[in-house]
Ligand binder design. Structure first.
Ligand code: PMP
Length: 394
């Protein structure tokens, strides 16, 4: 008999973590992680806030708080959701320790062994890993530059039994960088209504749009309380504070609250108080504008250099926001092998195969543009271009 539970058989070290370990070496240009730019963290403001909170509110800030979260933060988050055209209230928000915790809770609440999760193809590796512990089946839905292909979604909704969730990242998706069209968002809700399935909308990047208007969240089109929205401060403030949220109907939210109680009672009181003050008393909008400006420039530079330096026969998308772009190579290229060749040139990326829960698709890879200074982006893409030219039959 194994000393460990059966579920541990499904839990393996994430490939990203393994590659990220290698990327600590000096001189390496890493497009592998999904890290925000640390030079943009509002350190001065957070020091001021931290001092004020500890000086004047230490009894509350260092004490246990409600599982649901710090009231003023819940309210501020509900108000913030107007940016993605969602009308909600503080009572519909649960504060969690990063949206990753929301993914784990989602699986715990909805999934029994062999239940089906419909997801984009590719999808977020962290969700695959979080869900896997609950032993579901993943059914990948064909995905193009406008989001899930609705004909394929309907086919899979018809074909499969025990479908519990449709999991989507509609804005600047991790890993592909694509954004769902409005039509697809509407149609997704229509189909979920028709087949009575819950939608999980994971949206860490929605506000990080470099051009055009922020699109309404899928939740905006929901009239039947079936969309669960996961948000986070990781990309608009900083990931180290580990604060995110679930927005859902009260009935669904109550399940998350119960599970949160069992997991960690609550998220850090002091951190919640600090973020609430940052949102209320500082220029959060201005801060996000700064992030968008810097990432937008990095995106431009990466895409321009790709155009110049990559050989013919490569497909890539042009992300309108977020942190990532996605490169597709001819099928005879195995990007796991390519990643090792790139590491010899001191450049790192994540091979695309990791983002497909059922395997395959080894001919793509993900590039991150938020965490590298501009001259390093150009140098790194040049080096990658050289590796690609050596590997691709011209
Ligand atoms: N969902 C997606 C799609 C992500 O890309 C990430 C972060 N990389 C997360 C969830 C988790 O973010 P956090 O826990 O920091 O909020």
């Amino acid at each position: 008999m194994s000393r460990y539970s059966k579920r541990m058989e499904h839990i393996r070290a994430s490939e990203i973590r393994e590659i990220l370990k290698l990327t600590q070496r000096p001189g390496l240009i890493s497009f592998a992680g999904g890290l925000p730019a640390p030079e943009l963290f509002p350190v001065k403001e957070l020091i001021e806030i931290n001092e004020e909170v500890l000086k004047n509110h230490s009894n509350q800030a260092l004490q246990y708080g409600l599982t649901e979260g710090y009231g003023p933060l819940r309210k501020a988050i509900a108000k913030r959701m107007e940016k993605v055209h969602v009308k909600t209230h503080g009572e519909n928000i649960l504060v969690i320790s990063g949206s990753q915790q929301g993914l784990d809770f989602t699986a715990k609440i909805f999934l029994d062994k062999d239940d089906v999760v419909l997801c984009e193809s590719p999808t977020y590796l962290g969700a695959i890993n979080a869900f896997k512990a609950y032993e579901p089946k993943f059914v990948e839905v064909e995905t193009d530059e406008d989001g899930m292909v609705m004909e394929d979604l309907e086919k899979k909704l018809k074909e499969n039994k025990n479908i519990k969730l449709i999991y989507v990242i509609p804005d600047f998706q991790n890993p592909s960088g694509i954004t769902w069209s409005i039509n697809r968002r509407k149609k997704l809700v229509e189909l979920a209504n028709k087949y009575d399935v819950v939608i999980v909308e994971d949206s860490p990047y929605g506000e990080l749009r470099f051009e055009g208007e922020i699109l309404p969240a899928v939740m905006h089109y929901d009239t039947q309380d079936r969309v669960i929205f996961l948000g986070t401060f990781s990309k608009t403030l900083c990931p180290g504070m580990r604060i995110g949220w679930v927005a859902a109907s009260k009935e669904i939210l109550n399940k998350y609250i119960l599970v949160k109680q069992g997991a960690d009672l609550q998220s850090s009181t002091i951190t919640q108080m600090e973020i609430a003050r940052f949102m209320e008393e500082y220029d959060y909008d201005g801060h996000i504008e700064k992030i968008k400006e810097v990432y937008g420039k990095r995106r431009d530079l990466m895409m321009d250099t790709i155009k110049k330096e990559f050989p013919e026969g490569i497909k890539y998308n042009y992300p309108e926001g977020g942190l990532f772009t996605w490169i597709e190579l001819p099928e005879y290229i195995d990007t796991r092998k390519l990643a090792l060749k790139a590491l010899e040139e001191n450049v790192a990326f994540i091979p695309g195969g990791s983002f497909y829960p059922n395997g395959g698709h080894e001919n793509a890879f993900r590039l991150n543009f938020s965490n590298m200074e501009e001259d390093r982006i150009v140098e790194g893409i040049k080096r990658l271009g050289k590796v690609l030219k050596e590997e691709l039959h011209q």
